[in-house]
Design a protein around this ligand. Structure first.
Ligand code: SAH
Length: 353
């Protein structure tokens, strides 16, 4: 039975599905989920992420966390955490680069939040020689100083969509029409949690809500405020989302989100405003374009140093990777970053409050 058949049967039995349920089934279904079955990353996969583009991304972000660790008195032991580590490339590059920061790697207890058993195996393989521990829920983060990174994690969290109808909202659902999965709208209902969006929307506007995002960041902020640490988040998105940003990608090309459940990556823009509301009791930096942040951390100097030992096609690929990560017309502007630190602590390098 394919995932499409499973979803169709479920909708026939229980009625139209909420979009967040559809999205989490497509991504994480134990047998057919996109992340559970596929190895979607890298040039051979459906999409390519910053750490897969160049080792420089993991090196620089790892060093930024190590600087924050030094600024906070080099606590030992501490949790070095990553949310949704994919193939484990970022963590491996970060550990290699920070091995020169005295005491950092030795004191780091590597903790990975990963839902996919298949990707856990890939991560274990990439991180051979280290002893990572995997957690299923963010609440399992140890009660100790925590330095955490998340790249393209929040965009994979399931969203709900609501269309404004007067002072009420109609939730977008996935139903079945003539045997096909189709979008539909539920009944108009008040949504007290969306009251603030009545200010900046009009009838017919669509807005999105990612129910898991803020509670997750809130747990991280509480750990960091209580025990010290820092978090560095990268994703693409906007300040206060408006409009449908759900997207499916298969074989590096856009696809219809309902076309091949479980076989395409499904993501949505991150609403940085909603996410940053969960930061107190910590201090957040400004949301900063990825390109600006990487330039401030010295990516050009690092790129030049690496270029010295390259020639021919490898050199061309390296130059292209640098451009791809930083150029405003590539990932440099679309992707944004922010950091969080305890109140009164020095902000991560490359970011400002
Ligand atoms: N950070 C990686 C991979 C990004 S893709 C990179 O930059 O290459 C998203 C990652 O988050 C995958 O590892 C996926 O399996 C994981 N993931 C998605 N939803 C998750 C959830 N709800 N809980 C834990 N991990 C999740």
């Amino acid at each position: 039975m394919s995932l499409r058949d499973i979803l169709t049967a479920q909708i026939h039995a229980q009625g139209p599905m909420r979009l967040d349920d559809y999205m989490s089934t497509c991504l994480l279904h134990p047998q057919h989920g996109y992340y559970t079955t596929a190895t979607p990353f890298g040039t051979a996969g459906d999409f390519i992420t910053a750490p897969e583009i160049s080792q420089m991304f993991g090196e620089l972000t790892g060093l930024a966390l190590a600087q924050a660790w030094l600024d906070q008195g080099a606590p030992a032991p501490f949790t070095l955490a990553e949310l949704g580590p994919g193939r484990g490339t970022l963590m491996a590059d970060a550990l290699r680069a920070t091995s020169r920061v005295s005491g950092f790697v030795e004191a780091a207890e590597i903790t990975l939040l990963e839902a996919s058993p298949a990707l856990r195996e890939v991560q274990a393989n990439t991180l051979k020689g280290h002893t990572p521990r995997w957690i299923d829920r963010i609440s399992e983060l140890p009660e100790q100083s925590t330095f955490l990174i998340a790249n393209e994690f929040f965009d994979a969290l399931p969203i709900r969509q609501f269309v404004r109808d007067g002072s009420h909202w109609r939730e977008r659902h996935v139903g079945v029409t003539d045997g096909q999965l189709t979008f539909g709208l539920g009944p108009a209902q008040p949504q007290p949690a969306l009251a603030h969006r009545l200010e900046d929307t009009k009838d017919g506007d669509l807005i999105e809500d990612c129910p898991a995002a803020a509670p997750l960041l809130s747990t991280i902020s509480t750990r960091i405020a209580t025990h010290g640490g820092a978090a560095l988040v990268f994703d693409y998105g906007d300040w206060r989302t408006l409009g449908d940003t759900l997207q499916a990608v298969q074989d590096h090309a856009p696809a219809d989100p309902l076309d091949s459940p479980g076989q395409a990556d499904l993501t949505a823009h991150v609403d940085f405003e909603a996410l940053l509301q969960a930061v107190p009791p910590c201090t957040a930096s400004r949301v900063t374009p990825q390109g600006v942040f990487l330039e401030r951390l010295g990516i050009t100097a690092r790129a030049q140093a690496l270029a010295k030992s390259l020639s021919g096609a490898a050199l061309e690929a390296h130059v292209a990777a640098h451009r791809r990560l930083t150029h405003p017309q590539e990932m440099g502007n679309l992707f944004k970053t922010f950091g969080i630190v305890p109140q009164g602590a020095a902000m991560l390098p490359g970011l400002e409050t």
